[in-house]
Design a protein around this ligand. Structure first.
Ligand code: ATP
Length: 215
């Protein structure tokens, strides 16, 4: 079983890394692919350019062989739709169970994703419980769609993920680290030190390349 962790990673931080490690261990994943997006379809353009975000993820994953960088979205032109990424992974990995890892906040917006109803034909969803985010925080139409999907697809036993290539949703509790990339960008822009929220090697790149400094 292989994990797929998509994100903007602007920048990658310990909230991503610690969650990935915990999920990898508890689901016994062979590996987790970190897939930085080129153009996020649902949010403002990232501040760091694609090559900088790729380099920050690569540096953060060094020395952790079961976490690997996958640059297919960065190489692909146009908006980075997860459905295209999963189709491409599925064609390479044939019947291997795939687990798309996403935070509760991302899951809550699932019904706005391109071809969202096809995602579960290609992968399972592993939803991380994130501080301060619950299913009730979204507008009622989105919440209703996601709740209905969850009701029909939720499994509570990891074995249910291993026996099929795709199609189930698993809610995964993780250590609650209230860290976000936006908070880190804001700190850097204000001249505050975000050390201990992200790997030193990533912070070093941010400083040397002045990635989030304004003005
Ligand atoms: P931003 O603050 O810019 O929105 P972010 O910190 O949420 O960024 P992303 O790269 O957008 O980072 O997130 C990629 C995925 O990681 C999303 O599914 C998101 O929910 C999840 N994630 C981000 N931070 C955490 C965290 N602290 N704990 C658990 N999951 C997280």
């Amino acid at each position: 079983m292989i994990g797929v962790f998509g994100g903007t990673f602007d920048p990658i931080h310990f909230g991503h890394l610690r969650s990935a490690l915990e999920i990898g261990e508890s689901l016994n994943l062979k590996e987790i692919r970190f897939v930085p997006c080129r153009i996020p379809p649902h949010r403002d353009a990232p501040l760091a350019d694609p090559m900088q975000r790729l380099a920050m993820v690569r540096a953060a994953l060094a020395g952790q062989p079961d976490m690997v960088l996958d640059d297919r979205e960065i190489k692909r032109d146009g908006p980075s739709y997860m459905i295209d990424t999963l189709e491409s992974l599925r064609s390479e990995l044939t019947t291997e169970p795939l687990c798309l890892i996403l935070g509760m906040d991302a899951f809550m917006g699932l019904s706005t994703w391109h071809r969202w109803q096809d995602l579960l034909n290609l992968a399972h969803l592993v939803v991380m419980q994130r501080p301060g985010k619950s299913l009730h925080d979204v507008n009622s139409k989105q919440a209703a769609e996601v709740t209905t999907l969850l009701k029909s697809r939720q499994v509570k036993d990891v074995k249910a993920l291993q026996t099929k290539a795709a199609g189930s949703i698993f809610l995964h509790p993780i250590s609650q680290l209230d860290i976000s990339a936006s908070k880190i960008r804001e700190m850097v822009a204000k001249g505050k030190n975000p050390r201990y929220l992200l790997p030193d090697v990533v912070l070093q790149m941010i400083k040397v390349q002045k990635i989030y400094k304004t003005g």
